[in-house]
Design a protein around this ligand. Structure first.
Ligand code: AOF
Ligand code: ZN
Length: 354
């Protein structure tokens, strides 16, 4: 199953709104076929693995990171393909919560095939968190907040001079994280201080470039900012509350879409309506605090750099509500920097079909 999860990750940034899925076929202790969902609209993982295995699939065990589908979608139902190939046992990480596609396990059981659920379920859920989250039709995207902090927990020095805290390896990984989200967002303070581009410049290009979002109550984003200047090439959305007509016109002339909302909850709902199921937030302190206070941060990613920003530095979490203890989802090192992923909310559980 861990191999199947590694295969699933090869669809990184290519499958949304579909999940990343991997499949491994094993017969007599030998892998006879492997596959993954390479891209939205492409064959499903099972179809690819079955094509590799050919006749060797007969009597094999299939390890699948998601329950096989039972629907005629862009491709024929995987459950039927597994039955036709003579697979004798199917081991699944998590059930498919999508009402259109689910039901594969039932179909396999009816055909006399043994089905087992729950292997590496936590990792399989985490890999496709936005997919599982969206299945319940929530009024907001799945939100990951990323902050780069110093050892003293600050995000900028007393002078507020913009500077990189983390090294190159961590920064490259951030681009990989951007590539797997529908939207990348910052608060206008960060947009003004850093003049960021928020695009994916390292690693594999995502199938659909993430929407660039600026939370900007009064539409202060300058029309000559990097974001506004590149808006025709790379979709850019300003989420405002009480924008003034002048700046809005200037931004719209650049191709920026300005959305007037009545607050955070309304803004998040509007993003969902625009197809944003996952949003990667890169600061700054104020937006982070609003999202944390609203309880809408699902994963908090902290990159900690071996730097002290000293007295007067801008603390990352001055006003954030206190949390007793996070669940640690992942920890990794990137050069001298440490990354930790914390769960602030849990995904709704997906029950295995009986
Ligand atoms: C599988 N194997 O590899 C994947 C599955 O748009 P379609 O027709 O490709 O169907 C997408 C839905 O099928 C998706 O939302 C999810 O429920 C399931 N994905 N199922 O058996 C796969 N990617
Ligand atoms: Zn399928």
């Amino acid at each position: 199953m861990r191999r199947a999860l590694a295969l699933a990750r090869r669809g990184w940034g290519q499958t949304a709104p579909n999940p990343m899925v991997g499949a491994v076929l094993v017969k007599d202790g030998v892998v006879v076929g492997e596959g993954f969902h390479a891209k939205f609209g492409a064959p499903h993982a099972e179809a690819m693995a079955l094509a590799v295995a050919g006749d060797l699939a007969r009597g094999a065990t299939a390890y699948l990171t998601l329950e096989p589908c039972a629907h005629e979608g862009k491709t024929p139902p995987c459950a039927d393909a597994l039955i036709a190939a003579g697979v004798s046992r199917v081991v699944v990480a998590v059930a498919d919560p999508n009402p259109v596609a689910q039901g594969g396990a039932k179909r396999l059981l009816a055909a006399g095939i043994a089905v087992e659920f729950g292997f590496e379920a936590e990792e399989a859920l985490e890999l496709n968190a936005p997919f599982f989250f969206a299945a319940a039709n929530p009024p907001r995207p799945w939100i990951t907040l990323k902050l780069a902090v110093s050892v003293d927990g600050a995000i900028a020095s007393a002078s507020r001079e913009p500077r990189w805290l983390t090294g190159e390896a961590a920064r490259h990984y951030v681009h990989r994280l951007r590539a797997v989200h529908d939207a990348v967002a910052v608060g206008v303070g960060t947009a003004l201080a850093d003049d960021p581009n928020l695009n994916v410049r390292h690693g594999r290009r995502p199938r659909v470039a993430p929407l660039r979002v600026v939370f900007d109550r009064t539409a202060r984003l300058p029309a000559d900012s990097q974001l506004a200047r590149t808006a025709r090439r790379s979709p850019t959305l300003v989420v405002a509350e009480q924008p003034e007509a002048g700046p809005v016109t200037a931004l719209e002339q650049r191709g920026v879409v300005v959305l007037t909302t009545s607050g955070l909850a309304d803004a998040l709902r509007a993003l969902v309506e625009r197809g944003v199921r996952s949003m990667f937030v890169e600061g700054g302190a104020q937006l982070a605090q609003s999202l944390l206070a609203a309880g809408v941060v699902d994963r908090l990613i902290i990159f900690q750099a071996p730097v002290l920003l000293g007295p007067g530095a801008l603390a990352a979490f001055v006003e954030a509500p206190s949390v007793d203890r996070f669940r640690v989802v992942e920890r990794r090192e990137f050069g001298d920097d440490l990354m930790a992923v914390y769960a602030l909310n849990e995904l709704p559980s997906v029950a295995a079909p009986t």
